[in-house]
Design a protein around this ligand. Structure first.
Ligand code: NAP
Length: 322
């Protein structure tokens, strides 16, 4: 098979397409013939050398969609459409940047769909993250207000779509004024320009603050996001777009408003019930939710795809189709 192997940490050019043996089937694992996979920022961090536990060379890729080639347990039949997400994929063992991958049974999700593979490839990890952050971490309810910090990211865009679908009022942020229309077209009720603080502008719209904040920029804006919630509100940090990992000065009684809640979401396949992916795919097929796919690359364009992701030019998910 052809596989895109990350030879060592470094710039996108450290990824090289090589001939590799198709992984051998074993008990408890499923061999998948890959049709497409989404690109993820965590793969970019890993490639840059920020994942100390990942040993190179490694076939990266924390998600994929494709068809079952072999499953000794008989749970899935040959040719059945499936997605695989996380569980150490592309990090502890070889992942989705290849024509075939061997993954544990537990991280396989079956689905039926006539949507193109390039569309299906954008879904699994993005949906797992958005659904887990909104419904499990933030426990969003119809009628609530939600601030999405880092609104133009693919996670931010889909979160807006899902939140609108669930009946919330959404305020999305971007640093770039030129992207304002884009966020409105995606369904945001309000757009705020983020220069590091948006709490004052937000309080002009919602004097008491919002019910929930999905924090995708991370540490850099976290304290300001805590200033955006109303009494009993909640902030969930899911992303780290700002690139900072540690909050140096943090005074819980002061930085967290009284009765406010702070949580994080670090998604895993286990957070997604088997039927939820199918429901989401059906909502896309029925036109109830539209995905933002910025670009679909061919497999031999993997270096170009990583370079593009690193440029921050994308306005939506990047997908590679095999
Ligand atoms: N917790 C989990 O389970 C999980 C799973 C998947 C992803 N994530 C995280 O979720 C976040 C979003 O991922 P994604 O793939 O959706 O991202 P993405 O689509 O690549 O995000 C691109 C956007 O991020 C914004 N951005 C880039 N650098 C920034 C900076 N230094 N400060 C503020 N904004 C910046 C830019 O927005 P503007 O130019 O418009 O401001 C850009 O349009 C990432 O941090 C990712 O690691 C978490």
């Amino acid at each position: 098979m052809k596989a895109a192997v990350t030879l060592q940490s470094g710039s996108p050019e450290v990824i090289e397409i090589q001939e590799r043996a198709i992984p051998e089937i074993k008990e408890g694992w499923v061999l998948i013939r890959i049709k497409a996979f989404g690109l993820n920022r965590s793969e970019l961090f890993t490639r840059q050398g920020h994942s100390p536990n990942v040993v190179f060379p490694r076939i990266q890729g924390i998600e994929c969609v494709g068809t079952v080639e072999e499953d000794l347990s008989g749970t899935y039949t040959k040719g059945q459409k499936v997605a695989a997400i996380m569980g150490g994929m592309g990090r502890d063992f070889d992942g989705g940047y290849a024509e075939y991958t061997l993954v544990p049974l537990q991280i396989v999700f079956p689905f039926e769909s006539n949507l193109p593979w390039s569309t299906l490839g954008s879904i699994p990890e993005m949906f797992q993250t958005v659904s887990g952050s909104l419904t499990q971490a933030l426990e969003v309810r119809e009628g609530e207000t939600l601030l999405i910090r880092g609104g133009t990211s693919s996670i931010g865009m889909l979160s807006c779509q899902l939140a609108k679908h669930l009946g919330l009022t959404v305020i999305s942020t971007t640093r770039n004024k030129a992207k304002k229309e884009f966020l409105t077209a995606n369904g945001a009720d309000h757009v705020l320009i983020d220069n590091g603080t948006v709490s004052q502008d937000l309080k002009e719209l919602f004097p008491e603050g919002v019910n929930k904040v999905l924090e995708l920029i991370g540490i850099k804006t976290l304290k300001d996001s805590l200033r955006c919630i109303k009494t009993g509100g909640m902030v969930c940090m899911t992303g780290i777009l700002g690139g900072e990992w540690t909050l140096r000065e943090f005074t819980p009684m002061g930085d967290i408003p009284s009765l406010g809640k702070l949580t994080v979401y670090m998604g895993e396949a286990a957070n997604l019930k088997k039927g939820m992916l199918q429901d989401f795919i059906d909502a896309i097929a029925d036109g109830k939710i539209s995905l933002n796919i910025d670009k679909v690359f061919r497999f031999d364009q993997i270096v170009e795809a990583h370079t593009y992701m690193e440029s921050n030019m994308a306005k939506g998910k990047l997908v590679v189709e095999i």
